[in-house]
Design a protein around this ligand. Structure first.
Ligand SMILES: [Zn+2]
Length: 302
């Protein structure tokens, strides 16, 4: 049994979290540090390696016995080669190779996926739902993203890309998006979009818009209602495209305000007539990085 342990790592733009995970999905020990991508890729690898050695020492585990290291990283990554495709979310890291880097330090199996993909994988692993035909995680934070698991496998495009759920169209004449379209879900329901809408009324960020909406400020309420409505429309589209057995809503906005969104989402699921809606369960994602760490490690147990 001692051999069945893996490292799960989640690399975010702000924080890197990692832990030692058992084959049953238990995090035995975990740690985190600020990613500070601008201090460089090599320095980050050193910090990850130090953290792994420290954790192994604390639980008396020989790193040579690890089944593998699974990594979920923000931004577009090439899961086959291990290369971080752009500098967009991890400045200065574009073109660097996570798999090669970690393999050079630890003589073990290293796997890389996108951070949202390891989160949906972890959610399903922890619920013992890998056998479900379809599980969809939609994340609402600074941006909007998502991951899809079909029959236990991460769903991706022809070149390994993952679904761009944030660019589903939910309002034809909505705000302009950086992707070139108008009215994408991310332009209405992301933290950035909510903040931008609030700034017109002197509100400084999305936290203030949510707080004021809860206090009954009609301008803030309108912004949040619009976000809620667009999330519900997004769920409607997902529902009819993937016919999921489970839809999970996560990300910073849902961590804090899931109960504001849930009624509208349940209502729209209930309106469906073309799909077996009774087989759909809706839930809030696990808070924090637990699902991501477990999901990243679980890649190694497959
Ligand atoms: Zn877009």
């Amino acid at each position: 049994m001692e051999r069945r342990k893996a490292i799960g790592i989640v690399i975010g733009g702000t924080r890197t979290s990692l832990g030692i995970v058992s084959a049953e999905g238990m995090i035995e020990i975990q740690t985190q540090f600020d990613t500070n991508p601008r201090t460089g890729f090599d320095f980050a690898l050193e910090r990850i390696a130090d953290a792994i050695y420290n954790m192994c020492a604390k639980v008396d585990l020989d790193p040579a016995l690890l089944v593998g290291i699974g990594v979920g990283s923000t931004g577009p990554v090439d899961h086959i080669t291990g290369i971080i495709r752009t500098d967009f979310t991890l400045p200065t890291w574009g073109g660097r190779n996570i798999i090669q880097g970690l393999k050079g330090l630890f003589k073990t199996h290293v796997l890389l996926e996108n951070d949202v993909d390891v989160a949906v994988f972890g959610e399903a692993f922890l619920e013992n739902e890998q056998s479900l035909s379809s599980v969809v995680l939609m994340t609402f934070g600074t941006g909007v993203g998502g991951g899809v698991l079909l029959n236990g496998k991460i769903y991706r495009g022809s070149q390994g890309e993952h679904p761009e759920i944030g660019h589903m169209l939910v309002r034809r004449a909505g705000p302009k998006c950086y992707c070139g379209m108008r009215g994408c879900l991310e332009m209405i329901a992301s933290g950035k979009a909510i903040a931008r809408a609030g700034q017109r009324f002197g509100m400084k960020d999305s936290y203030e818009v949510f707080a004021r909406a809860k206090d009954g400020d009609p301008r803030a309420r309108k912004i949040i209602d619009s976000a809620i409505d667009s999330v519900a429309l997004g769920v409607w589209n997902i529902l009819h495209t993937f016919l999921p057995e489970r839809i999970i809503l996560g990300g910073g906005i849902m961590d804090e305000h899931y109960q504001m969104f849930e009624p509208a989402v349940r209502k729209i699921i209930d309106k469906a007539t073309m799909i077996p809606k009774d087989g759909v369960s809706l839930s809030k994602a696990r808070v924090g990085n637990e699902a991501g760490i477990v999901g990243a490690a679980a890649l190694c147990f497959q």
